[in-house]
Ligand binder design. Structure first.
Ligand SMILES: NC(=O)c1ccc[n+]([C@@H]2O[C@H](COP(=O)([O-])OP(=O)(O)OC[C@H]3O[C@@H](n4cnc5c(N)ncnc54)[C@H](OP(=O)(O)O)[C@@H]3O)[C@@H](O)[C@H]2O)c1
Length: 325
């Protein structure tokens, strides 16, 4: 099969298109013919091995010390089940599916455990739109539910509302009954307003840290806010949640957890829950949330897709369309 590969960490040029062996499903696994995948912010981070910060060593041990352990990048996929392993009961050959697996999705075929983050593709979505969903949606769900601890009526500010995590964070926070203030660049204000945000602030025009509004939670999906600046606009027991964190925020999280009052919270999203993906699917099926797609590239153009994601300016997800073998 054709697959994107990277055999060392580095710039987008390290990515090649290669002919590699098609994987075979083991017991409990399905083989998916991938029709669409994506290049996420996580994929470019893993490729470049930049921004791991304090997690450099554990990440390197996990993903490969000297070179990537899994040479095929890509996390999100949508496609068709073409073979099932022994004992598989959730899927049949021919099922249209979507899901997430850390590594291996930028290829014509992938194997995945049937009880991992894989579910029937929402009927209303194309393969491209379905592939553009799991990374942002599962991360946003994890952060809102487990780290923000979102409740109806809560006032939440989402900084980085136009990115892959942000577009789902805005929609899910609205679904959970919060009052959402979304922050993004001027260019993306219309997009974010259309996702249902109650208020949209362009960070280039307005400094909300100096404004009168108070928030029960601030969710920073980009890693550009600081607790010292935002403290003033956080409610007395407000949470400042970082999707991307540095050593300072980790120390602040430990320090603020030991005392009453405003807290810094850092977290991690595994993105591997079948139940969470089923919840996301049901919210898409009922029209409560939808993916946002930016540019679409062919598999052969994937290095170009990495270059674009490296700019840090994508809106929602960047799709990789994978034709028939
Ligand atoms: N901890 C975890 O488990 C976890 C899980 C998922 C993601 N992440 C990390 O979270 C980050 C966000 O992920 P993502 O996929 O949503 O990224 P993304 O799609 O690449 O987000 C890009 C967005 O960031 C905004 N942005 C760029 N520079 C900015 C700045 N200086 N100030 C404010 N906004 C800025 C841009 O919006 P504008 O152009 O509108 O400014 C753009 O829409 C990534 O670093 C990713 O690795 C961590």
């Amino acid at each position: 099969m054709l697959a994107a590969t990277y055999r060392r960490y580095g710039p987008p040029d390290v990515i090649r298109i290669e002919e590699v062996a098609r994987p075979r499903p083991k017991a409990g696994e399905v083989l998916v013919h991938v029709r669409a995948s994506t290049v996420t912010s996580g994929d470019v981070r893993m490729r470049a091995f930049k921004g791991a910060g304090i997690f450099w060593l554990p990440m390197r041990l996990l993903f490969g010390v000297f070179r990537p352990r899994n040479p095929i990048p890509g996390m999100e996929f949508a496609g068709t089940v073409v073979e099932i392993g022994k004992g598989v009961t959730r899927f049949r050959v021919g099922d249209a599916v979507f899901g997430m697996k850390i590594g291996g999705a930028n290829a014509e075929f992938l194997t995945i455990r049937e009880n991992a983050a894989i579910a029937a593709k929402p009927e209303a979505l194309t393969f491209e739109a379905a592939a553009a969903t799991p990374f942002g949606a599962l991360s946003a769900l994890d952060f809102l539910r487990d780290f923000v601890r979102i409740k109806p009526g809560q006032r939440i500010l989402i900084h980085g509302a136009s990115g892959a995590v942000g577009v789902f964070a805005v929609q899910l926070a609205k679904h959970f009954g919060a009052h959402v203030t979304a922050v993004c660049s001027t260019t993306n204000c219309d997009l974010v307003a259309a996702l249902g945000a109650d208020r949209v602030i362009a960070y280039t025009d307005v400094d909300y840290t100096q404004g009168p509004d108070i928030f029960d939670a601030i969710l920073d999906t980009v890693g550009v806010t600081s607790f010292s600046r935002c403290k003033r606009v956080l409610a007395q027991t407000g949470r400042h949640v970082f999707v991307v964190q540095t050593l300072i925020q980790l120390l602040q999280a430990i320090w603020t957890s030991m005392r009453p009052g405003k807290r810094v919270v850092v977290g991690f999203s595994g993105g591997d829950s079948m139940d969470d993906l089923l919840l996301i699917k049901s919210l898409i099926d009922s029209g409560k949330i939808k993916p946002v797609t930016d540019r679409t590239y062919r598999l052969q153009e994937i290095a170009e897709a990495h270059r674009f994601v490296d700019t840090g300016r994508k809106r929602g997800a960047v799709v990789v369309s994978i034709g028939s073998p």
